[in-house]
Design a protein around this ligand. Structure first.
Ligand code: C2E
Ligand code: CA
Ligand code: CA
Length: 842
């Protein structure tokens, strides 16, 4: 008989019988209660004294009472009151705490029936209590640092505020952000970031005073209440002390790391009367400290909350802007300083706000970035630019490259290159027509990742411009290290190139260095002819700015391109113009006589009647030689020539004077403001000779400059070619190392292929033999490097005829031998021989 089946039957039988039982026999029940390990007491439900019927031994053992003590406790008021309450639902009574005893409770179980009774069951709740305490701790503390969390901290803050309020004291609430946690997360992993936060918590905790509170609000931020602070000034001093506490470096993931912290401070009661407001203000002040560059503290100021409110409103409106098609893309032309023609346009986004009007990019892009809207806006810009490019081409205009600005955050987004490639392909726009403008922040953030992305973009065929160069943190080494095509001199620098000697020198250095590296230079923010002229003279390649054109919409750009708008000829880099002479004299008959005299020398002659007029003429014309009288109303000739030298140092300046008192001109001569001093009345031929010589001198100087420019252009072209070569070489090298890897893989694959394979070079020598072939021919001795026909004659029954297959016997087995000549689909030569077991045995 099957034993399993019988067991089953027994069980079914037992449970049937059990369910039929009404109650255990009384004596059995008594024994069971006496033996149970839980403490149990039975009392009659009979008011007022609830007589004790029974208590089992476990009750005394667990509660620590003697039998008499247990009886006294069970008949005492505590229990009686509890049993009275039981009628109203009380089910639990804590046992009085007694030394050495764990936490215990009495569960009250009413036992209806006759007579009605209560069972009191003694339960050990110490584990439950410990668990509850742990839960409560976890609910109020941060797991990483063990500090009070937001909820607990807020309670502490409210308490501290109430206390300070009663005493009329002030408090400081600090939000402290650890600024380099993300950097650490990215470079050394999240565990390192957490370690840094935990160490900072430790430092802060050690440093705080008895009446200060520290908490963690999650993320990279800590909150601190500084008690007993007299005023904001003292709060600032305490912040300084916190910085000192954080100054020594910390050991994180085996590296010495410095915790970079920013702090925002709000004061109670000065800034706000409730905890939520104070925390919000401290947080706003923290944002300000961070946007000021971090590593500093910032006290809250009321305009911060005003600005925050505006920002929130702007953000909400910006979300709508995309849906309601309120964005516009304008293009600012860039003009070439050699040809004068438009050589590119830069796309600049605008927001046509229904109430605010036209909002500039610099006002809303930071908001879009923080609101994570920049990805969507960036895609829209790319799409729109591609569409406009196509439209210009369709209108028959010569293709003009478009430059797009890419913010650091956009640049770091994954898949940037793929998105651009996809969009270009979709619109059918050549990648050469797209330039991306990035700032140095992109290059400094994570140089390695940036270099990788730049390479991807370059591989697509895009060009890259380094924007805003020459202000803030500008490193010439970036020009060398990254694959840049252009560098853009920032508006701020351009503004001062004519007036400020330092800025002029910096601009010249940038141009020279960039050219040396084969990088083109664009100056942006060019507003005046003087700036344009400076840039032309100093070999800048391109200019962009209001002087040539403001940003325009796509249709206006089409018109401008069609009209062929250009820079005026005199502002182009290399030019040859007619010899130009300026005559300055207050006596009209002298001016006329000179003009008559010089007519046959074919100069362009300009005239002025006093120094001021002379300067005006110089401002509007490129003058080579100046001839000036000394005694004129308003300004002496010497002073005029001195001014001319300062503004137009390349001019050759001659004084022609009948005034023989020389003292006033000697200074000017000594300063080099005057090249020659001639006296009136003059001798015609002599004067003509002096002027002609002055022009020759000027032309030699011009020629020198021109040669210099040409040399630099040639150098620039050479450097640029060099750069392209280096780029190609690098790509080639990458290709080679990729090929090498695939070759190694192929070799390894062949090596472990179960099919025997032998490789021959084009002279029939065995160049390769895989493991399977080695095993097959192990009796034939060394094969590698030997001529196959000699060491394995059985393979060539008909001499060496490639591409044949035949059968042969090896080690008593029949094999099909196939010879594959190489080189049909690759550059390899020689042949591969494979062996497979023949289906037909002989
Ligand atoms: P940016 O790339 O340096 O752009 C040059 C800014 O100078 C533009 O301001 C332009 O209108 C302005 N500008 C042009 N010519 C002159 C001039 O002669 N004098 C002066 N003083 N300013 C001139 P805008 O359009 O307000 O753009 C400001 C910044 O916003 C840009 O600086 C760029 O960083 C960013 N931006 C603009 N459009 C976009 C965009 O589509 N995407 C991204 N990511 N950023 C953009
Ligand atoms: Ca730009
Ligand atoms: Ca710029």
């Amino acid at each position: 008989m099957n034993s399993d089946a019988s067991e089953c039957n027994d069980l079914a039988d037992l449970s049937a019988r059990l369910s039929g039982l009404q109650a255990p026999p009384p004596e059995l029940a008594q024994r069971a209660i006496a033996a149970t390990p839980n403490g149990v007491a039975l009392l009659r439900a009979q008011e007022p004294d609830f007589p004790v019927v029974y208590a089992n031994p476990a009750f005394c053992r667990l509660s620590g009472y003697t039998p008499a003590g247990a009886l006294a406790f069970l008949s005492g008021d505590t229990v009686r009151n509890a049993l009275r309450e039981a009628a109203h639902g009380l089910r639990m009574l804590p046992m009085p705490a007694r030394e050495g005893n764990p936490k215990q409770e009495l569960r009250i179980l009413p036992l209806p029936g006759t007579p009605p009774c209560f069972a009191l069951v003694l339960i050990d709740t110490s584990e439950l209590h410990a668990f509850r305490e742990q839960l409560a701790y976890q609910a109020s503390h941060d797991a990483l640092t063990g500090l009070p969390n937001r909820k607990r901290f807020d309670e502490n803050l409210a308490r501290a505020m109430a206390h300070a309020g009663r005493r009329g004291d002030a408090l400081a609430v600090l939000c402290l952000g650890v600024d380099n946690v993300n950097l650490l997360n990215e470079s050394l992993g999240h565990a390192a970031g957490e370690q840094l936060l935990a160490s900072v918590a430790g430092r802060l905790r050690q440093h705080l005073r008895a009446h200060d509170y520290l908490g963690r609000h999650g993320g990279n931020e800590f909150v601190i209440v500084l008690g007993e602070v007299a005023n904001a000034h003292q709060a600032g001093q305490l912040c300084e002390q916190l910085y000192q506490a954080l100054a020594p470096s910390l050991l994180v993931a085996g590296q010495a790391v410095h915790a970079a912290a920013s702090i925002g401070v709000a004061m109670y009661p000065q800034d706000g009367g409730d905890a939520a407001t104070l925390l919000r203000y401290a947080d706003l002040a923290l944002s300000r400290a961070r946007s000021n560059g971090g590593g500093q503290y910032q006290l809250f100021a009321p305009e911060m909350s005003q600005r925050a409110l505006q920002r929130i409103q702007l953000e909400a409106a910006l979300r709508g802007a995309l849906e309601q098609d309120q964005l516009e893309l304008l293009y600012q032309p860039v003009a070439d300083l050699q040809s004068g023609a438009v050589c590119a346009v830069e796309a600049l986004v605008r927001w046509q706000h229904p109430e605010l009007g036209l909002v500039n990019a610099s006002q809303f892009i930071p908001v879009a970035e923080e609101a994570a809207l920049m990805g969507t806006i960036g895609d829209w810009i790319l799409q729109r630019a591609c569409r406009d490019l196509r439209a210009w081409q369709a209108a028959g205009l010569a293709p003009v490259p478009v430059a797009l600005n890419v913010s650091p955050r956009q640049f770091r987004e994954r898949g940037l290159a793929n998105r651009i490639a996809h969009q270009l392909a979709e619109c059918g726009v050549a990648p050469e027509l797209l330039t991306l403008e990035i700032t140095e922040a992109v290059l400094t953030h994570d140089a390695q990742a940036s270099a990788h992305t730049l390479e991807q973009l370059k591989a697509l065929g895009l060009s890259i411009t380094l924007d805003d160069f020459g202000t803030g943190y500008s490193s010439l080494s970036h020009l060398r290290r990254f694959p840049l095509d252009q560098v853009k001199i920032d508006c701020d620098l351009t503004r001062n190139i004519v007036a400020g000697a330092d800025d002029a020198a910096l601009a010249k250095t940038i141009i020279a260095m960039a050219h040396h590296l084969g990088i083109e230079v664009v100056a942006e923010g060019v507003e005046t002819e003087a700036q344009c002229d400076f840039l032309r003279r100093n070999m800048c390649d391109r200019v962009q700015g209001y002087f040539f054109s403001t940003p325009l919409d796509a249709a206006a750009i089409a018109t401008l391109l069609r009209d062929g708008q250009r820079l005026p000829a005199h502002l182009l880099r290399i030019q040859k113009q007619k010899r130009t002479l300026l005559l300055v004299d207050d006596e009209t008959n002298i001016v006329s006589a000179l003009k008559r005299l010089l007519r046959r020398d074919d100069y362009q002659i300009l005239t002025a009647h006093n120094g001021q007029e002379g300067l005006d003429v110089l401002a509007k014309n490129a003058v080579d030689v100046i001839v000036s009288d000394q005694r004129m109303p308003g300004m002496l000739g010497a002073d005029f020539l001195r001014a001319a030298k300062g503004l137009y140092p390349d001019t050759i300046r001659i004084m022609l004077s009948g005034y023989t008192e020389l003292q006033s001109v000697t200074d000017a001569v000594n300063e080099g403001a005057i090249y020659k001093f001639l006296t009136k009345p003059w001798e015609d031929d002599l004067l003509r000779g002096h002027i002609a010589e002055a022009f020759r001198l000027k032309e030699i100087a011009d020629e020198n400059e021109r040669l210099n420019l040409e040399l630099r252009t040639a150098n620039h072209d050479l450097a640029s070619a060099n750069r392209r070569m280096e780029e190609l070489l690098r790509q080639k090298q990458q290709q080679i190392s990729r090929d090498e890897v695939s070759l190694n893989i192929a070799r390894e694959l062949l090596q472990f292929l179960p099919l025997p394979v032998i490789g021959l070079d084009d002279e029939g020598m065995i160049a390769f033999i895989n493991a399977a072939a080695d095993a097959l021919f192990r009796k034939s001795g060394a094969l590698l490097g030997n001529e196959a026909a000699l060491v394995l004659p059985e393979l060539f029954p008909h001499g060496l005829v490639p591409s044949t297959s035949h059968g042969t016997d090896i080690e008593g087995l029949r094999y099909d031998v196939v010879i594959h000549p190489m080189g049909a689909s690759s550059q390899s030569r020689g042949s591969l021989i494979t062996f497979s077991r023949s289906e037909v045995s002989t």
